[in-house]
Design a protein around this ligand. Structure first.
Ligand code: SAH
Length: 455
């Protein structure tokens, strides 16, 4: 491409024709894309150019001259500063349409697939207060305790009173801990000087049982006024089942250190997704939107079309959430996952539910699956639910040689879904349908489940 058509500090009139997953409007100037926070498709604006690169640039809205009918007033007062949500300025219907379009566009652009149904995104009836886990950093600004999420691309805490996508108990716990810190003179941790005490508060809430877990993470072993803190928390929350202390002495972004001590109550809380029961400890991986997890996994189950005779592989099985769902309707399920603690949880959850036809293995799916194949395991259905980077090509190749009738691909990143499906389609498979499910309302995350069948 030749020189960008605009330079820094230019003011231009633009029309937005797209929006990225993180909520930036996209306007094209003679084909040169300009990314502008807060612009929506169909809107027109005066924009100041703030940065130009060879193939794209960034701008800032000076004046919106035509508004989209999808634009709404963000309900959260700190939406423009907090990096937690990206799409609160778009109506919920608008968000669902946007996510459907993103899946459709990327399948076409990266996968070269345009003739497959991508259904309307399944949203939530009530898309607020849906998260069951909050991990809130504590800090100090002008010697006042602050707690909230980081600003976009930054380590600066945006102090909050409440977070509209978290459970109310999370807000209440964060406010109470802030007060208790002030009362007892407990300092918040400062990541620049590596000084201070309280680093994070993690709150987990089990939606079906209403059980609550509160975890206090400190830099040093000592938690000053421990008894008073615990008493105050237990008194404030009749539903609290577990108060845990974690020590993380390291200079790191990772929230938890290695030592967990239960200060009050149990080590775990219990929740259900459908009929399946899960024991959740402070560090357990567990889906953060249980309502939509059920919707997503029901769809995966529907696509798997099980009759009770099938052998199923769940690659990237985590704590076995999908595996245990599938096991209720299959002959045998094999789950594989790289994190040993997750496999321990999966085995425990299988026992808890008296599920005996699910076996779990620790390892890389791309290594364990060829080994299974060598043992003569022949899956009728393979479910994959990989991280954002998608599947290893070697894993796709192993799947192809295992020749399952159906591959159910659960994806949190439509771009890698498109890339991987393209590979499967080139090797004897056919993409049948794709169902986006909104797991994270008001954020840019797009989740979907795809049915891929042997031709
Ligand atoms: N389906 C699971 C979660 C899937 S998230 C559930 O609902 O609980 C993706 C999982 O893949 C993570 O748990 C991650 O640890 C695991 N993972 C990442 N790379 C892997 C690999 N190469 N082989 C197996 N598992 C892997």
């Amino acid at each position: 491409m030749s020189k960008p058509p605009v330079t820094k500090n230019d003011t231009v009139s633009v029309t937005f024709n797209d929006v990225t997953h993180d909520g930036a409007g996209v306007a094209k100037i003679n084909g040169y894309p300009l990314f502008v926070k807060n612009g929506l498709p169909g809107e027109e604006a005066e924009v100041k150019v703030v940065l130009t690169k060879k193939n794209y640039g960034f701008g800032r809205i000076i004046k919106l001259t035509k508004e989209s009918p999808s634009r709404v007033e963000p309900p959260c007062p700190i939406f423009s500063r907090c990096g937690g949500c990206q799409l609160q300025h778009i109506s919920y219907t608008g968000q669902l349409e946007l996510k459907q379009k993103q899946v459709r566009d990327v399948l076409e652009r990266i996968g070269g697939i345009s003739d497959v149904p991508v259904y309307e995104t399944i949203g939530m009836d009530d898309p607020w207060r849906y998260r069951n886990k909050s991990q809130v950093p504590f800090g100090e600004q002008n010697r006042q305790i602050v707690a909230g999420f980081y600003a976009e691309r930054s380590h600066e805490i945006v102090d909050m009173e409440e977070c509209l996508i978290q459970h109310e108990d999370s807000d209440k716990a964060v406010r109470l801990v802030k007060e208790l810190c002030e009362t007892y003179g407990i300092r918040a941790y400062d990541d620049k000087s590596h000084k201070g005490t309280l680093r994070h508060v993690v709150i987990r809430h089990a939606r079906e049982t209403d059980e609550l877990m509160i975890v206090l993470i400190t830099k040093d072993k000592a938690l000053p006024n421990k008894k008073n803190l615990v008493n105050a928390l237990v008194e404030a929350f009749p539903n609290v089942k577990s108060v845990v202390h974690n020590v993380n002495p390291k200079r790191t972004n990772v929230i938890f250190g290695d030592t967990f001590t239960t200060l009050w109550g149990e080590n775990e809380i219990t929740d259900y997704i459908g009929d399946v029961k899960f024991a959740i400890s402070a560090r357990s991986f567990y889906q953060v939107n249980p309502v939509q997890t059920k919707v997503l996994y029901d769809k995966a189950l529907e696509y798997a079309n099980l009759t009770g005779k099938e052998t199923v592989i769940d690659a990237y099985c985590g704590i076995g959430t999908i595996s245990l769902f599938l096991a209720q309707q299959a002959k045998q399920v094999y789950g594989v996952e790289i994190v040993p603690e997750a496999i321990e949880d999966a085995k425990r959850n299988a026992k808890l539910n008296h599920i005996e036809n699910a076996d779990f293995f620790v390892g890389e799916a791309e290594k364990v699956m060829p080994w299974w194949q060598a043992q003569g395991i022949q899956p009728d259905v393979i479910v994959v639910d990989p991280p954002r980077k998608g599947c290893e090509e070697s894993l796709l190749d192993t799947m192809v040689t295992m020749k399952p009738e159906r591959i159910i691909y659960v994806s949190c990143n439509p771009a890698t879904l498109a890339r991987d499906v393209k590979h499967l389609v080139a090797n004897g498979y056919e993409l049948k349908q794709v169902q986006p499910v909104d797991m994270f309302p008001h954020t840019g995350h797009v989740e979907c489940v795809a049915l891929v069948k042997l031709k």
